[in-house]
Design a protein. Structure first.
Length: 438
């Protein structure tokens, strides 16, 4: 049945990325113990934590290109083995240089997953379904943020920091077999689809793609260089860069901002930090539903970004005079809409890029976005140090997201079609065809 796309393919993708997220971020839980045992300074540990993004960015384009060539399923399976073994080796490091090398390698091997997943969504889902499809597998972000702490805490409570890396390194090695069972590069390669379902699904996707193309967008050669020079692609790249400044800044500094409230225990901070992510799960599904229903990626990514940016700016301007409940409410609104915007925002890439270069171009865009991942935490930390206040950091995050909103609104190709197009009901699972016009 075609519904297997939703209940088989997407959950396998989601759990794969949750495992990657946990292996990428678990060093944050191990730092207090490993720093003391290895006599590594806080600055070196910070560099080792961040150097992962160098490797992550370097592999994006190449891995996206391999996925474009139809090797995405095999590629991710190999990457899982490589990053799993590298993660386990992190449990055997004895010096700062060894730690830096291992962290870089983990990023290098994990970098190919994201662009491959974006291509999978384009290959498996019609335009009227893609935001919802992205919204399901990208639940990995809030879910991973919620579960990674308890899992790491349990392992550290029963063992030590070396065991944390070794045990969590086993996860991708085991999950790799589920991955090979559950996914295929496209419907044409899925042995678990019947011939009738395969043909019906391919027709549905091809029909909606063709009708979507009737919007009359200018014809540009489907080559990597030509696409990277297009104005909408440049705008989207800049928007991802700015989005990452706000996104990573929020993720890194959320617990610290909450910690400013006197009298909270570490357990209290942990639970309060989880609230924005839990709310994001709901917001994400609402935004992706309406984005697919209207086929407007621009509005339903720009709107939540504006709300998130405004909430952070208001918090920055009034943080010192607000009650804790008000400040927490603003953080929840900001976090939920920030995370909720992500699947619709990345659906723009599948709208403006041809299938033949979706993986390589989106990988390059995400690699540029890694610069924002570096800049966000550093810039916010610098502003905090200069002003001795979290308020200025909130203003930086909010300004970055407002800037992202403006850039997204300028990407006209991601807006609602002006010519006959399709909505979520145009092609149902029986292949019925119904058109709507703006």
């Amino acid at each position: 049945m075609m519904n297997q796309r939703w209940f088989r393919l997407l959950p396998v993708m989601m759990i794969t990325f949750i495992i990657a997220f946990m292996d990428r971020t678990n060093i944050g839980f191990a730092i207090p113990m490993m720093g003391k045992e290895l006599s590594i300074t806080a600055s070196v540990l910070g560099f080792a934590s961040g150097v992962l993004f160098f490797g992550y960015g370097m592999s994006q384009t190449l891995c996206g290109w391999l996925a474009d060539k139809g090797h995405g399923r095999a590629l991710v399976a190999v990457l899982m083995v490589l990053w799993g073994l590298t993660e386990m080796s992190q449990g055997f490091v004895h010096s700062a240089s060894q730690l830096v090398i291992v962290r870089f390698a983990i990023g290098l091997f994990e970098g190919g997953v994201f662009p491959t997943f974006l291509l999978f969504v384009k290959n498996w889902f019609a335009p009227s379904e893609r935001a919802r499809a992205n919204g399901i597998w990208q639940l990995c972000y809030p879910l991973a943020a919620v579960i990674s702490g308890p899992v790491a805490g349990y392992i550290l409570g029963a063992h030590d920091w070396r065991s944390l890396f070794i045990i969590e390194g086993i996860f991708p090695l085991v999950w790799m077999f589920v991955w090979l069972w559950g996914v295929a590069d496209s419907p044409r390669h899925a042995k678990w689809l019947s011939q009738a379902d395969r043909e019906q699904l391919i027709e549905k996707i091809d029909t909606e793609n063709r009708l979507r193309a009737e919007r009359g967008a200018p014809t540009v050669p489907a080559s990597f260089g030509s696409q990277m020079r297009r104005f909408p692609v440049l705008l989207f790249t800049a928007s991802i860069l700015l989005w990452n400044v706000g996104f990573l800044g929020f993720v890194i500094w959320l617990p610290s901002v909450i910690h400013q409230q006197q009298g909270l225990t570490q357990t209290d901070i942990g639970w309060l930090s989880a609230i924005p992510y839990a709310c994001a799960i709901v917001v994400m599904q609402v935004l992706t539903y309406w984005s697919d229903r209207t086929l407007d990626r621009r509005l339903f990514s720009a709107l939540p970004l504006a709300v998130s940016g405004a909430a952070l700016i208001i918090g920055g301007l009034s943080y010192g005079s607000n009650t804790f409940v008000v400040n927490m409410g603003l953080l929840v609104i900001a976090g939920a809409t920030l995370y909720g915007s992500q699947p619709v925002l990345w659906s723009i890439a599948t709208e403006i890029l041809p299938s033949s270069v979706t993986g390589s171009v989106s990988g390059t865009i995400n690699a540029v976005g890694v610069l924002g991942a570096f800049a966000g935490p550093y810039l916010i930390g610098y502003v905090r140090a200069v002003t001795q206040s979290f308020s200025a950091g909130l203003l930086v995050m909010g300004g970055s997201l407002i800037g992202t909103c403006v850039l997204v609104l300028l990407i006209k190709e991601a807006g609602r079609p002006r010519t006959p197009a399709v909505n979520s009901g145009m092609l149902d699972e029986r292949g019925d065809k119904r058109l709507w016009c703006k």
